[in-house]
Design a protein around this ligand. Structure first.
Ligand SMILES: *Cc1c(COP(=O)(O)O)cnc(C)c1O
Length: 387
C-alpha cells in the first residue's frame, strides 16, 4: 500500500524513530557530530554528522517519498540547495534558465557561476520555442521554476523535458511555490527537484532550509558528493523543526490555496488593481498548462497598482499581513519585489520581467479569510484616495 501524500506528510519521517524501538512518535534529535564505531575496520551507518545524521536522514527520506524520488538531501537554506545542485556542473557547461527565476538564483547564476566557466542564457520559459532555440551543444542543464516569482509565469514542464531529452541535458525544477502536495515534477520526468523549505514546507517563518530530491541513482550520488564536500547541510534542530512543520503542510497549504483563489478573484474585480498574476485565474496566460501539471494554483499571487505612491499608501494601510520578504508562512506576507526579493536584479532586468514599481506580492496565510478581504478593501480605499 502506498500512502497518499497527506498521510506520508505525517508518517514519512518517523519510521526511523520507530526503528529505535523506543516508540517515540517524533523523530529524535540526534545532537551528535560524531558516532562511535564498534570495530576498527567496519564502520556503522553514521560516522560524522556532515556526511550523515539520523535526524537529517529521516527528513531526507520523507521528502524523497513525498516527491516520488528515492534520494532526498537537506541543506542549510534554499540557496544552499540550489547552488549545490548547480555544482554538479563543470567549466564549459551552459545553462538555459528561466528569466523570472528567484532573485538569489539569478545572483548565483550571473555572479558566481561565470567565475567557474559556467555560462547561461536567460529565456522567457512561457515560450517553449524560445527555450528550444537557446539550447546549444554544450547545454548541460535546463533550469525551471514554475510558477515563477513574482509574476507567476508558467512553464510547460513536459515540453521542456522533451527538449532536454533531445539534447541530453538535465532538468532541474524549483518546486517551492507548489510543494509536492500540488506538483510532482519527478513524475513528469524532471531530474532534480529543489525546494526552499523555508517557505510552505516549514510554513511558520521560523527556519531557513533547503531540500533536493532525485530519482536517478547516479545523479543522487553526485548531489550527495557535493552536499558532503561543500558541507552546507541542515542542522539537526532545524531538521527536527522542519519534520514537525511538514506534518501540517496539507491542511495549511490546501486552505491557503483556496483562500488565495478568492483573494485573486477579489483583486481581479477591483478597479484600482491593474493586473493580477495568479495561475488559478482563467485570464492567466498559463492557466491551462498549469492545470495540466499541478493540482492547485498555490497560495502566492501578485498584483500591480498604478504606481509607486499608490503601492506605498496601500502597503502602509494594510493591517493584517506582515510586510516582509519571504512567503509561505501561517501569517500572510505582503512583499514589494522591486526592493525585496528582486533587489539584486538590475532595474532594466526587473522591468523586462514585469516587476514594476507598483507590483506587490501576497502570500496567503491562515488568518480568517473575511478579515483578509476586509483588510484589502479598506487599504485599497485609502490607496485610491491618493490617485
Ligand atoms: C526563497 C526561495 C529560494 C531561496 O531559499 P532560501 O531558503 O531563502 O535560501 C529559492 N527559490 C524560491 C522560489 C524561493 O522562493
Amino acid at each position: 500500500m502506498t500512502n497518499r501524500i497527506e498521510t506520508a506528510l505525517i508518517h514519512g519521517a518517523i519510521r526511523e524513530g520507530y526503528a529505535d524501538k523506543k516508540g517515540a512518535v517524533n523523530v529524535p534529535m540526534y545532537l551528535s557530530s560524531t558516532f562511535h564505531q564498534e570495530s576498527i575496520d567496519e564502520f556503522g551507518e553514521y560516522d560524522y554528522a556532515r556526511s550523515g545524521n539520523p535526524t537529517r536522514a529521516a527528513l531526507e527520506k520523507a521528502i524523497a517519498e513525498l516527491e516520488g524520488g528515492n534520494r532526498g538531501f537537506a541543506f542549510a537554506t534554499g540557496m544552499a540547495a540550489v547552488s549545490a545542485c548547480f555544482m554538479i556542473l563543470s567549466a564549459g557547461d551552459h545553462i538555459v534558465i528561466t528569466e523570472d527565476v528567484y532573485g538569489g538564483t539569478y545572483r548565483f547564476v550571473t555572479k558566481v557561476l561565470p567565475r567557474y566557466g559556467i555560462t547561461h542564457t536567460f529565456v522567457d520559459f512561457t515560450d517553449t520555442e524560445a527555450v528550444k532555440a537557446a539550447v546549444r551543444p554544450e547545454t548541460k542543464l535546463i533550469y525551471m521554476e514554475t510558477p515563477s516569482n513574482p509574476t507567476l509565469g508558467i512553464t510547460d514542464i513536459r515540453a521542456v523535458i522533451e527538449i532536454a531529452k533531445q539534447h541530453g541535458a538535465l532538468t532541474f525544477l524549483d518546486n517551492t511555490f507548489m510543494t509536492p502536495l500540488h506538483q510532482k515534477p519527478l513524475e513528469l520526468g524532471v531530474d532534480v527537484v529543489i525546494h526552499s523549505a523555508t517557505k510552505f514546507l516549514s510554513g511558520h517563518s521560523d527556519i531557513v532550509a533547503g531540500l533536493v530530491v532525485t530519482k536517478d541513482e547516479a545523479l543522487g550520488n553526485e548531489i550527495y558528493f557535493v552536499q558532503n564536500s561543500f558541507g552546507s547541510v541542515l542542522g539537526v534542530q532545524d531538521c527536527f523543526t522542519l519534520i514537525q512543520n511538514m506534518k501540517t503542510t496539507a491542511v495549511r497549504f490546501n486552505e491557503e490555496s483556496r483562500v488565495a483563489m478568492r483573494i485573486a478573484q477579489f483583486l481581479h474585480a477591483h478597479p484600482l488593481v491593474e493586473k493580477v498574476y495568479y495561475p488559478g485565474l482563467p485570464t492567466h496566460p498559463g492557466f491551462e498548462i498549469h492545470a495540466a501539471q499541478a493540482t492547485s494554483a498555490g497560495a502566492v499571487l501578485s498584483f500591480s497598482l498604478p504606481n509607486y505612491d499608490i503601492a506605498k499608501a496601500f502597503v502602509e494601510a494594510m493591517k493584517i499581513p506582515v510586510f516582509a520578504v519571504s512567503l509561505g508562512g501561517v501569517e500572510s506576507i505582503l512583499s514589494y519585489p522591486a526592493k525585496m526579493s528582486h533587489a539584486a536584479m538590475e532595474p532594466e532586468e526587473r522591468s523586462k520581467r514585469g516587476i514594476t514599481d507598483g507590483l506587490l506580492r501576497f502570500s496567503v496565510g491562515l488568518e480568517n479569510e473575511d478579515d483578509l478581504i476586509e483588510d484589502f478593501t479598506q487599504a485599497l480605499e485609502i490607496a485610491n484616495k491618493i490617485k
